[in-house]
Design a protein around this ligand. Structure first.
Ligand code: GTP
Ligand code: MG
Length: 172
């Protein structure tokens, strides 16, 4: 599946924990193009998993995203982005810099995400968290368009995710 991404855009990855967002980002984008919520939590709190640091982490993430977009640089946000309010912050930064907010949704079965998450040392939450995220994802799919995402790509299942290819669209 070809994923058309405007050459200059703010790309929000959307997916539950274990859906493969960070893996996808590593595979398709340069490290400096990817702003990950884990990384910014680490920057502000010395702990990538400290959820109480999320507000500060996203403040800084939005700030850096704004600087990148102002300089005309494609920016990818690697966070679950499962809540309207989280995505609203990204749409706002994109609009402020007159670039298109794009969403790439990684929609994997809950059971696969859980299997992967369970075997990770850096994730300690229980299955019910994944279940809640999965519910949020279903809701998110209905809302992305009206929230202002101009391009929405939904990759359904492991094979579609593995076969995805990014194609950059020239703006002019
Ligand atoms: P969070 O950061 O917790 O939200 O998860 P994430 O969506 O970033 O998932 P991540 O890319 O970290 O992948 C989770 C685990 O699944 C890691 O151990 C990956 O190595 C593994 N994984 C990701 N994508 C694939 C895949 O396509 N195939 C297989 N077999 N494993 C994968
Ligand atoms: Mg990740």
């Amino acid at each position: 599946m070809i994923i058309d991404v405007p050459e200059l855009s703010l790309v929000a990855l959307v997916g539950i924990s274990g859906s493969g967002k960070s893996t996808f980002a590593r595979h398709h984008f340069a490290p400096t193009q990817v702003l990950s919520s884990d990384y910014f939590r680490g920057l502000v709190a010395d702990d990538e998993n400290d959820q109480s640091a999320s507000a500060d982490a996203f403040d800084v993430l939005h700030y850096v995203a704004g600087k990148r977009l102002a300089a005309g640089r494609l920016t990818v946000v690697d966070a679950t982005n499962l809540q309207t309010h989280a995505r609203a912050g990204l749409v706002k930064v994109a609009r402020e810099h007159d670039v298109l907010p794009t969403a790439i949704v990684l929609d994997v079965p809950e059971s696969i995400a859980w299997e992967r998450t369970e075997s990770r040392e850096d994730r300690t939450f229980g299955r019910q968290v994944i279940t809640r995220m999965h519910r949020d994802l279903r809701r998110s799919l209905k809302q992305l368009s009206r929230e202002g995402f101009r391009k929405i790509h939904v990759l359904r299942g492991v094979d579609e995710i593995a076969g995805a290819e990014i194609r950059y669209e020239k703006l002019f």
